[in-house]
Design a binder for this molecule. Structure first.
Ligand SMILES: C=C(O[C@@H]1C=C(C(=O)O)C=C[C@H]1O)C(=O)O
Length: 364
């Protein structure tokens, strides 16, 4: 390519950037107008709700549907995710608590869902995320709920039994683990590997093959593992990109998870009910009396109405020995007439039924 051609292309890019800049600013001014309209239509004493997850899901979907390339749909949606995040921050920056410390996959999930223009607050435990939301100290909380290799995150399920929370959204994240060391660690002298128990389990086969005799130490999070090894001589951590970058660690081995499709699903919890978008999911907790056929009775209304169950999980109810609750996710919104009918049927048979929330299916 000649210098001349390159120069001409750069002039074109500069001109386009000027246009993009003007358009983004115009969009941001529109969002400010939306905020003004939202404020003006408030009833007395009513608290304004600026963040609208159902609207954001529609915006992202529309972008993906109209995208003609060459950028991929996900890539384009990611860019718009950040633009929306900044526009919303002009209306009111969201406060989001997540399972910390800084550098966890949960933080990455929070950024993927809300974008980077939020005020984020790391919490030391899942239960603390719930408490922070319940106390009104933040608008939303982000917690892991299930992993494709290791299954349910029981702390999260149990926290739903203890707190009244509304699920406002979900996000899925591909989880890649790396073996990380600090600058003083000699690779042949590793005697200990730290990580969260879930991550150690997700890399079990790799560890058995490569470090069969090294002690595996479970700590409270991957980020905590990364933080520890920074100052230690003979230890390594298993953690992801964010933690590696944050603590300046070296990758001895990359993508060491046993299953290449290893993914974790996270939930956004808050107090705001989300209206239907036409492509939603609902999560419920049901407890049935302990009699033969109870689970069958619970599932029949879903089957009869052709409703797609995406997950069912059982946990001890904590209110009696050998009694259980079912966590069920399915496709549809609790305001859809069909779903309403199903929930009414179930509540006739159930000891208790709680709708945890209906929310847009993960777009990104
Ligand atoms: C602009 C709005 O407010 C927020 C910002 C949005 C955006 O930038 O597109 C979308 C939904 C809201 O979270 C709106 O409600 O339309």
């Amino acid at each position: 390519m000649s210098e001349q051609e390159l120069k001409a292309l750069r002039v074109r890019i500069d001109a386009l950037d000027t246009k993009v800049l003007e358009l983004i600013s115009e969009r941001a001014r529109c969002a400010q107008e939306v905020a003004r309209v939202k404020m003006a239509s408030l009833a007395e004493g009513e608290v304004p709700v600026f963040y609208r997850p159902e609207r954001e899901a529609q915006v992202l979907k529309r972008v993906m549907e109209r995208n003609q390339g060459p950028l991929g749909n996900e890539e384009m949606a990611r860019l718009f995710r950040e633009i929306m995040s900044s526009c919303l921050a002009l209306e009111q920056p969201l406060k989001v608590a997540y399972l910390g410390p800084e550098g966890t996959f949960t933080q990455a999930a929070a950024m993927k869902h809300f974008g980077h223009a939020v005020i984020s607050k790391p919490m030391a435990a899942i239960d603390e995320v719930f408490r922070e939301v319940a106390a009104g100290a933040v608008n939303f909380g982000v917690v892991p709920v299930e992993n494709s290799t290791e299954g349910a995150v029981n702390h999260t399920l149990d926290s739903f039994l203890e707190h009244d929370m509304v699920i406002c959204g979900e996000v899925e994240l591909r989880i890649h683990h790396h073996l990380l060391v600090g600058e003083n660690t000699k690779t042949d002298s590793i005697s200990r590997i730290y990580s969260h128990a879930q991550s150690l389990a997700q890399c079990r086969k790799w560890l058995d093959a490569h470090y069969p005799n090294v002690e595996r130490v479970a700590v409270s999070s991957n980020a905590e593992a990364a933080k520890r090894v920074k100052g230690e001589w003979n230890s390594a951590a298993i953690a992801g990109d964010m933690a590696a970058g944050l603590y300046g660690l070296t990758r001895l081995a990359e993508k060491i998870e046993d299953r290449p499709d290893n993914s974790t699903r996270f939930l956004m919890i808050g107090s705001q009910e989300v209206p239907p978008t036409g492509d939603d999911k609902t999560s419920i907790i049901v407890s049935m009396s302990n009699k033969p056929g109870a689970l069958h009775e619970l599932l029949v209304p879903f089957h009869d109405n052709g409703i797609d169950l995406t997950r069912i999980e059982t946990r001890p109810s904590r209110s009696g020995k050998w009694t259980y609750v079912f966590f069920i996710d399915f496709v549809g919104h609790h305001r859809d007439p069909l779903i309403k009918g199903v929930l009414e049927k179930i509540s006739q048979e159930a000891v208790a039924l709680k709708v945890l929330g209906s929310y847009p299916k993960a777009v990104l």
